[in-house]
Design a binder for this molecule. Structure first.
Ligand code: ZN
Length: 467
């Protein structure tokens, strides 16, 4: 759902609308054209990367720290910032977020809103050579979509820091400079950047800039971009200092056929770098393609770039590991403690989540059903405990324990139930992939058990307990 920002008002153009005779209107237009500041052939360059780096994207350099954005005045001219957003100051402080989902280190508008405007007063008429915008998020808040406006402020009653809802920006004295959209730059999640510039060396001479932001998606209310940094570069400025790339340590490798690219970011866990290289990497190389082949479905394209990153326990809220899109986050302290016990199995479990991709097809099937949590977690634990490490017996249940267990208790217990169903009813070896395909395509329901085994879920659950 998409709703306008702020209070709903009648359309309020900045200038009253009169009916002019055509000749007078044409004369006025000529006058307007004559006094319009020259806007040359503005170009927009976009870039993105899903391998988090220092915001360097191809030929787009990392953010500058001494551009004129930091000495300008900034205001939210329209719309409401998200209550979890950081302050506007984050956009020109020369600092970038430290992770791909860091609300407090970005500026973003409230859920479900559009047309939010950020305005900048440069303090004086300034010849601007370029405007560079950076954003970062693991999902659809990563790219940015906005219209850039500029003004000299010459129009009578011009207000730089306030734009009424639905006001016509051009009537309010703003000129449209460019439309920016980084969604087609190659990645959805990741770091995104755009450069508005002009081959002549300057996009124009203005005192005010205005960014009219749009959400990157409207399937969910959470499409408002995490803006990380905005650079405004004056033509007179010759020497730009740029942010330093944070020291990152990572191990990069590909599957033997070259189809899958993996990165293990060990920056937050240098003590695990060697273990990652010697122990974790072989597990990924063997098991990611194997899990993909275990869980096929019509037209399914698995994620081909998978990132594994260590995060400190504090950032993981105590969780050992989780997957989001193609990124698996691993609790550095927990992994260190469990490296000879649970660590590898936990990562196999998370790789199954990456392959499941249960969120990815939202657009294609708007009537999709919600897959229950015990299936979402039961399948990864089945693959982990019964395929990857059956010798560990980690999801075994004694006869007594099973009699008291609930098949939909999730994780190991559901894995045990799935294993029993497969051993009992999966004559042609396709049951697991059919179950997964239904969940992935948003058509899971309890009826699938009858379809796949001839028995209802309840009947199966009872037989499993009695076995
Ligand atoms: Zn899980």
């Amino acid at each position: 759902m998409l709703v306008g920002t702020g209070i709903r008002k009648k359309r309020t153009p900045c200038l009253p609308r009169y009916r002019f005779p055509v000749a007078v209107f044409s004369l006025l237009m000529l006058a307007v054209l004559a006094y319009r500041p020259a806007i040359a052939d503005v170009t927009v360059q976009t870039g993105s990367t899903d391998v988090p780096s220092s915001f360097q994207m191809g030929t787009i350099p990392p953010p500058a720290i001494n551009d004129i954005a930091s000495v300008s005045s900034w205001a939210v001219a329209r719309g409401v910032p998200d209550r979890n957003s950081g302050s506007l100051q984050l956009l020109y402080d020369g600092l970038v977020p430290r992770s791909d989902d860091s609300p407090r280190e970005n500026f973003f508008f409230a859920p479900g809103t559009s047309n939010g405007c950020i305005a900048v007063d440069l303090g004086q008429l300034t010849e601007i050579s370029e405007v560079v915008t950076y954003s970062w998020h693991s999902g659809s808040r990563g790219p940015h979509v906005y219209n850039l406006y500029a003004s000299t402020g010459a129009q009578k009653d011009f207000r730089w820091n306030q734009v009424d809802n639905d006001a016509d920006l051009v009537q309010c004295g703003w000129s449209r400079i460019a439309s920016v959209d980084t969604r087609n730059s190659g990645h959805l999640g990741g770091q995104h950047a755009s450069v508005v510039s002009d081959p002549s060396g300057a996009i124009g001479t203005f005192r005010y800039l205005l960014f009219e932001m749009q959400p990157t998606e409207i399937d969910t209310p959470f499409g408002n971009t995490f803006f990380s940094e905005i650079d405004i570069v004056a033509r007179s400025q010759k020497q730009l200092q740029r942010i330093e790339a944070p020291e990152t340590q990572s191990i990069r490798f590909s599957s033997i056929d070259g189809r899958y690219q993996y990165t293990i970011d060990t920056t937050a866990a240098p003590e695990l770098a060697k273990w990652s290289e010697l122990e974790l990497k072989p597990i990924i190389l063997e098991w990611y393609p194997r899990i993909v082949s275990m869980l096929p479905s019509d037209g399914f394209q698995p994620i081909e770039k998978v990132q594994f990153r260590y995060l400190p326990d504090a950032k993981m809220s105590g969780i050992p590991a989780y997957a989001q899109g193609g990124t698996i986050s691993m609790n550095a302290e927990w992994m260190q403690r469990e490296k000879n016990r649970e660590a590898k199995g936990a990562i196999v479990h998370e790789m199954v989540h990456v392959v499941q991709s249960y969120q990815g097809r939202r657009q294609r099937n708007t009537r999709r059903t919600q897959t229950p949590g015990w299936i979402v977690e039961g399948i990864p634990d089945y693959i982990r405990w019964f395929v990857y490490e059956p010798q560990s017996g980690g999801a075994k249940l004694s006869k007594g324990a099973r009699a008291n267990a609930k098949h939909d208790a999730s994780y190991r217990v559901s894995a045990n139930f799935i294993d029993w169903v497969l051993r009992t009813y999966d004559s042609d070896g396709t049951l697991l992939s059919k179950l997964n395909a239904a969940a992935r395509e948003g058509r899971y329901s309890t009826a699938i058990w009858q379809e796949l085994t001839g028995k209802t879920e309840d009947e199966l659950a009872r037989s499993w307990k009695d076995e």
